[in-house]
Design a protein around this ligand. Structure first.
Ligand code: ADP
Ligand code: MG
Length: 604
């Protein structure tokens, strides 16, 4: 008996849909890209329940004929390419003819569409790939497509979706990727009847401002420097911020031929251009648009992937880095950063009660920026021939520092070591502890980070953070997607001691802060927490609490350059060794290092 048979279209489409439509955001992307391909000048996005119940896209594009309206939902039905050769000169966003077929396999779709030359339009309704209604209708020129109850027939997919907050964030992220390359098209984004974004047509800079503008996202278009370069291989234009406008939470975007792309290697090129100009942890925002012959990039990319392969990435790295460096050089020949070396350094609380402020001396010669040579300088070293290997290496080190050693290590410090001996501080940075085995060097900042991290985690768990009222409440303005995020983690922030209340649809007021942070500005800290939660995709309470504790510990820990009294050092060491993991910070950075007796004797 023959056992092979063809799957019915509805089943085949459902399987294939898994590839293209993974979540509401991928559906939105496909619909909006279709509108752009149809030359729409105005696109409205209407969403309900983060796209679970409704995703609607209304455009004023070219519309479809009655026949095309029906064909559009067939797999591999496209008006955009005719033969394989066309793939190499692609100028449209879509070309696979898969999106609509995939969407209608996993949702209920209703579409009305009309071309300018037709008097009447077409209404078509499809459920799970079956056309259930098609009729003539009156409607404006353009296409109005309504996708309801996404994954209504795929319970597994539905379950796989994250919280509404997360899915809405994904929708907005996808939306930004598109609107930033089409500034001449006007867009609106409505969620549950609330207008989240209203973007009039304008220039690229105006669009960036409308999406991320100050004070919502700390991207000041006034701080932009223009980048422009035109070579045979590629032309690049766009904006980067001046080094002093770098932030902890930067917006970094690359686009190629009108498409968003992720490109960690090119990101390194930009960061390299800034080397020596940025403070630790600070990142420049940038928006860089590449135009390149489509033949020089791999177009046959997976529809949901944002990585794009270039033919000659190493050369583009050099071109990009030079262009950014030149742009930065234009506004100042020798970029310098003012950083505050005057006066006292804030003393965070080391003990449970605030300590009496000790006398503090500041080492004016200490300059953290001098020490930054961890970035690769392709112009100082011979350009790496096999950048992939090099880059893999970089990724590996990043991953390694994320790792916390699982097995307990041989203790380097014992309580007894701390009792009798004298402790010394070296370079405003290390605490020196003589022990039986040699001299232990302890990084004071990292030690304090680990101590505070453990304490913050406990405070969230036991809901007992101490709050300190602010004299003057501060206002934190946020983008729609960060509003959603903050709402999600607000209770945990309150537990740890933030007194925050929603003030308006796009801001929170901060009336109190955790006692440990009283000397610091709460806004950058909250922004940093949000960006960490966002970037690390911390979706569960345990994950985002970890990010909150890490960020707060990093902010509240004593800085390098702070002189410590012997009592403070001893106290800190005792707290450190009481931790279950005291050799590395929660980020995996080494806290202490042993200079063994042997090593010391070898020197003499
Ligand atoms: P692709 O975009 O890869 O061609 P889709 O499944 O997304 O495949 O769309 C199929 C076809 O339907 C498109 O090629 C286009 O002709 C037509 N179409 C889809 N959306 C629109 C729209 N908003 N306006 C006009 N035509 C559209
Ligand atoms: Mg398409």
């Amino acid at each position: 008996m023959d056992i092979i048979h063809l799957l019915p279209d509805s089943v085949a489409n459902q399987i294939a849909a898994g590839e293209v439509i993974q979540r509401p955001a991928s559906c939105l992307k496909e619909l909006v890209e279709n509108s752009l391909d149809a030359k729409a000048k105005r696109i409205q996005v209407i969403v309900r329940d983060a796209g679970r119940t409704l995703l609607q896209v209304i455009d004023d594009g070219i519309g479809m004929s009655e026949m095309d309206a029906r064909l559009a939902f067939e797999r591999h039905a496209t008006s955009k390419i005719r033969e394989a050769q066309d793939l190499f000169s692609l100028r449209t966003m879509g070309f696979r003819g898969e999106a609509l077929a995939s969407i209608c396999a996993v949702a209920q779709v209703e579409m009305t569409t009309r071309r300018a030359e037709d008097e009447t339009g077409t209404l078509i309704e499809i459920q799970g790939s079956e056309v259930v209604r098609q009729e003539v209708c009156a409607c404006p020129v353009g296409t109005n497509i309504k996708v309801s109850n996404l994954f209504f027939n795929v319970p597994v997919r539905r379950k796989f979706l994250k919280t509404d907050q997360t899915e809405l964030r994904n929708l907005l992220t996808e939306f930004y990727h598109i609107v930033l390359v089409y500034p001449k098209v006007s867009f609106t984004f409505v969620h549950n009847d609330e207008i989240l974004l209203e973007l009039p047509a304008g220039t690229e800079k105006q669009r960036i401002e409308a999406v991320f503008g100050n004070p919502k996202r700390n991207v000041y278009t006034s701080a932009f420097v223009d980048v422009a370069t035109d070579t045979d291989l590629v032309s690049i234009h766009g904006f980067v911020v001046k080094p002093e406008n770098a932030t902890r939470k930067a917006e970094q975007y690359f686009f190629v031929n009108g498409r968003y792309m992720r490109h960690p290697y090119f990101q390194k090129a930009v960061l390299t251009a800034y080397s020596g100009m940025l403070a630790n942890d600070y990142q420049p925002s940038f928006f860089l648009y590449f135009t390149i012959n489509p033949e020089a990039i791999d177009v046959n990319i997976h529809p949901t992937k944002t990585e794009i392969k270039f033919a000659d990435e190493q050369t583009i790295f050099q071109i990009l880095m030079a262009a950014v460096r030149e742009a930065l050089g234009k506004f100042t020949l020798a970029p310098t950063i003012d950083f505050d070396t005057s006066g006292q350094i804030d003393i965070p609380v080391l003990h449970d009660q605030p300590v009496v402020q000790p006398q503090v001396t500041v080492d004016h010669s200490y300059n953290p920026f001098k020490k930054r040579d961890t970035v690769i300088y392709p112009d100082r070293q011979p350009a790496p021939r096999h950048w992939e290997t090099l880059y893999e290496g970089l990724q590996k080190t990043e991953r390694l520092t994320d790792r916390i050693p699982a097995e307990p290590e041989e203790p380097l410090l014992h309580a007894a070591d701390l009792e009798s001996c004298a402790l010394w501080q070296y370079g405003g940075k290390y605490i020196l502890v003589p022990t039986q085995q040699g001299l232990v060097l302890v990084n004071q900042h990292r030690a304090h980070v680990a101590i505070l991290h453990a304490r913050f985690i406990d405070q969230i768990r036991l809901t007992q953070g101490a709050m300190q009222q602010l004299l003057f409440p501060e206002v934190l303005s946020l983008s729609p997607e960060d509003m959603v995020l903050l709402e999600q983690i607000a209770d945990d922030l309150r537990t740890i001691g933030f007194d925050i209340e929603q003030l308006s649809p796009d801001s929170y007021s901060i009336q109190g802060v955790p006692a440990q942070l009283i000397n610091q500005s709460p806004i950058p800290i909250l922004q940093h927490i949000l960006s960490q939660v966002r970037e690390r995709g911390a979706d569960t309470p345990t994950e985002w609490r970890e990010q909150i504790a890490r960020t707060m510990a990093e902010s509240a820990a004593i800085p390098y350059g702070k002189t410590l009294t012997e009592t403070e050092m001893r106290d800190m060491m005792q707290r450190l060794i009481a931790l279950p993991q005291y050799r590395r910070t929660p980020e995996g950075k080494i806290i202490l290092s042993l200079l063994s007796d042997d090593e010391i004797s070898k020197r003499f």
